[in-house]
Design a binder for this molecule. Structure first.
Ligand SMILES: [Fe+2]
Length: 247
């Protein structure tokens, strides 16, 4: 069995420093790795990235992240990624990492993702150039996730995104903003591979638990949803959810 801790939307800046650290210090006793589902910072500045690295770095377990839309706000995402990588944190965008844990291979494929909406209420690749660019971006990113998921042979495969792959975990958000919170193409990519678990954030007012059309468990780990420093999920186990108070 593998246990992974996960959280998203921690929005670290200098005012948040120290808030997560006490629970994170206990992580090695509770989980084998930490996955962070984007919106690591408030405005995507290099200074905030350093704050995130201080708070989430050097934990004694591997830390694997994707960026979120907030991490793009200052157009510094490449430098943000460099700061995190230099601190030993893995940042995925259309690629994978494989961790050897207890003799098992855990594969994580990650992309930020993008919006677009879900069946019956989604943007379509038609009409104005701007609309085709929007939906084209969604489709390219989802394809990158699918390619990444299918590129590795592992014992347990996890999809890590910021945007949601299903509407289930948006329950609680206004319906009007669903197309800006996720897209069905991410769910289709997850279902095209033998994915064991999909983790995302972004929907602060959504719900924790959902499932793709193909039956893959989806968990919205946005900090305002899980209301603790991280949740812990089990892989290679009959039950994905583990009741555990982290803070
Ligand atoms: Fe977000």
């Amino acid at each position: 069995m593998i246990r992974i801790a996960a959280v998203g939307d921690v929005h670290v800046d200098k005012d948040v420093l120290g808030r997560f650290r006490p629970a994170l210090e206990q992580l090695p006793e509770r989980a084998d790795a930490l996955l962070v589902a984007g919106d690591l910072t408030r405005h995507g500045t290099v200074e905030e990235a350093r704050c995130f690295a201080t708070e989430f770095g050097g934990l004694g377990v591997p830390v694997v992240c994707v960026l979120g839309n907030h991490d793009h706000q200052s157009d510094q995402q490449a430098r943000v990624t460099d700061v995190l990588t230099d601190s030993g944190i893995t940042v995925l965008e259309g690629d994978t990492t494989v961790l050897e844990l207890h003799g098992h291979r855990l594969g994580i494929a990650g992309v930020k993702g993008f919006g677009g909406g879900f069946a019956g209420a989604c943007a379509s690749n038609f009409g104005e150039r701007e609309m085709k660019d929007f939906v084209g971006t969604t489709e390219v990113i989802a394809q990158r996730l699918q390619d990444a998921l299918l590129s590795i042979q592992v014992d347990a495969l996890v999809a890590l995104t910021h945007y949601a792959p299903v509407p289930d975990t948006l329950l609680g958000e206004p319906l009007e903003i669903y197309p800006f919170l996720g897209c069905y193409q991410l769910g289709r990519a997850i279902d095209a591979a033998p994915t064991a678990l999909a983790l995302h954030g972004h929907a602060h007012h959504g719900s924790e638990r959902g499932r793709t059309p193909g039956g893959v468990p989806v968990r919205n780990v946005a900090h305002p949803v899980i209301k603790q420093a991280y949740n812990v999920y089990q892989l290679l186990s009959d039950e994905v959810d583990l009741e555990l108070v982290a803070t």
